[in-house]
Design a protein around this ligand. Structure first.
Ligand code: NAG
Ligand code: NAG
Ligand code: NAG
Length: 425
């Protein structure tokens, strides 16, 4: 009798099953080379910025020494263009000998010695997008074994130079091959991005069972247009995407470009806020050696990170799109808390948006509100109280909202806030 019940429950919960490698129960955080450093392999003329072991050691040092690791930014991830143009005599991938003279295993040790994790990149196809050796179907087990032997902690498997049939076979097979190595390796699948990101071509139930995260949509660029394009696609398709996410299985709208060249401070806060609402992986692609203090403060905002990392792992949604260019996003959090983002697409001046929690579907009661970027608590709000938020053009106001009665029961988050600005409840 007991057993029947268990089987019945498992059958019903299988739609929300995550890849069973114990990893990434909250969205992964760290640093990824691609958007900022691309396929710069000119180490002779650009030694500090080319794709080489120097770059990844530098970023590991910064993550370990500048307070990132303690906040959860622990992955140091290699992207394309790390490999030699040819496999070794036994058919295994090998790092470019000039740019990675120590090899990947040694780099992994360097990263691990600093309490961090190393991610690597492969491509399910004839070639990687940059023209390096790809992982064809017959090479899947070999490459999984190589990555495990190097003690790599995460694999991003891209999809250039392959077709839908090969992807359908290859992505699940790599998942099995990684598992068979016995080493827990986080698995990022670019599969949906190559097939339009939507059903029927993409089965998100299956993806959740075989991948820890997946790129749904095109590559991010260092521009506000790119952010808007991504946010719009995710909001438009949220009924499909939102239920796909959960502990161990995340939609990935791509890297954070905060600290690069394309975003203003307001736009940077917007990316941080919206990525937190979307329960997105937080992979910075910037130069941590030269990051300005404004970008650093946004990326290290403890409340925004705590919202992103909420243990319930429920992705948020766009609730309201006003014709005046204001949008409201919402994410339910643990302990009856929630996050709200008031986002302005306007291009004129700070907009005074009036609403109430009741209008935003909050249940009757009184609420404590903490403003994430102002780093301060607001006067207690009743659900019916009309309030006004002033939202900068292409900026956000982000709130952490808790029923007043629950406020004292937020030890972890509260501690983060206290640390952030010495605020005392
Ligand atoms: C492999 O999969 C099994 C069953 O799903 C799981 O219990 C185990 O932890 C996995 N191992 C690794 C290394 O991912
Ligand atoms: C997909 O690519 C493989 C080569 O990797 C090829 O053998 C196969 O015929 C292709 N399938 C389709 C449907 O194009
Ligand atoms: C999607 O994948 C799941 C899990 O593998 C499977 O049970 C389901 O039948 C698939 N759905 C479709 C429409 O193929």
């Amino acid at each position: 009798m007991q057993q029947t019940v268990v089987i019945f429950l498992l059958a019903f919960s299988s739609a929300t099953q995550a890849l069973d490698n114990g990893l990434m129960r909250t969205p992964p955080m760290g640093w990824l080379a691609w958007e900022r450093f691309r396929c710069d392999i000119d180490c002779e003329n650009d030694p500090q910025n080319c794709i080489s072991e120097v770059l990844f050691r530098d970023m590991a040092d910064r993550l370990a020494e500048d307070g990132w690791r303690e906040l959860g930014y622990v992955y140091v991830n290699i992207d394309d263009c790390w490999a030699s143009k040819s496999r070794d005599t036994q058919g295994r991938l090998q790092a470019d000998p000039k740019r990675f003279p120590g090899g990947i295993a040694k780099l992994a040790r360097y990263v691990h010695d600093r309490g961090l994790k190393l991610g690597i990149y492969g491509d399910l196809g004839t070639y990687t997008c940059g023209g390096y050796p790809g992982t064809t179907l017959d090479k899947i087990e070999t490459d999984a074994q190589t990555f495990a032997e190097w003690e790599v902690d995460m694999l991003k498997l891209d999809g250039c130079y392959s077709n839908a049939t090969d992807q359908e076979q290859g992505y699940p097979r790599m998942s099995k091959a990684l598992n068979a190595t016995g080493r827990p390796i986080g698995y990022s699948c670019s599969w949906p991005a190559y097939q339009g990101g939507l059903p029927p071509k993409i089965n998100y139930t299956l993806l959740g069972e075989i991948c820890n995260l997946w790129r749904n949509y095109g590559d991010i660029e260092d521009s506000w247009d790119s952010i808007l394009n991504i946010v719009d696609w995710f909001a438009k398709n949220q009924d499909i995407l939102q239920p796909a996410a959960g502990p161990g299985r995340w939609n990935d709208p791509d890297m954070l470009v905060i600290g690069d060249f394309g975003l203003s401070m307001d736009q940077s806060r917007s990316q941080m806020a919206l990525w937190a609402i979307m329960a997105a992986p937080l992979f910075m692609s910037n130069d941590l050696r030269t990051l300005n203090s404004g970008a650093r403060a946004i990326l290290q905002n403890k409340a925004a990170i705590a919202i992103n990392q909420d243990p319930l792992g429920i992705q948020g949604r766009c609730l309201i799109k006003e014709s005046n260019g204001i949008e409201v996003f919402w994410r339910p959090l643990s302990n009856k808390a929630s996050a709200l983002v008031f986002f302005s697409r306007r291009t004129d001046m700070p907009y005074r948006y009036q609403t109430s929690l009741k209008v935003l579907d909050y249940t009757p009661g009184s609420y404590k509100v903490y403003d994430v970027f102002m780093e301060k608590t607001m006067p207690t709000l009743k659900d019916t109280t009309e309030f006004v938020v002033s939202i900068n053009p292409s900026g956000v106001v982000m709130w952490y909202v808790v029923p007043s009665a629950e406020w004292q029961e937020q030890p972890k988050f509260h501690q983060a806030i206290v640390k952030a600005d010495s605020f005392i409840v």
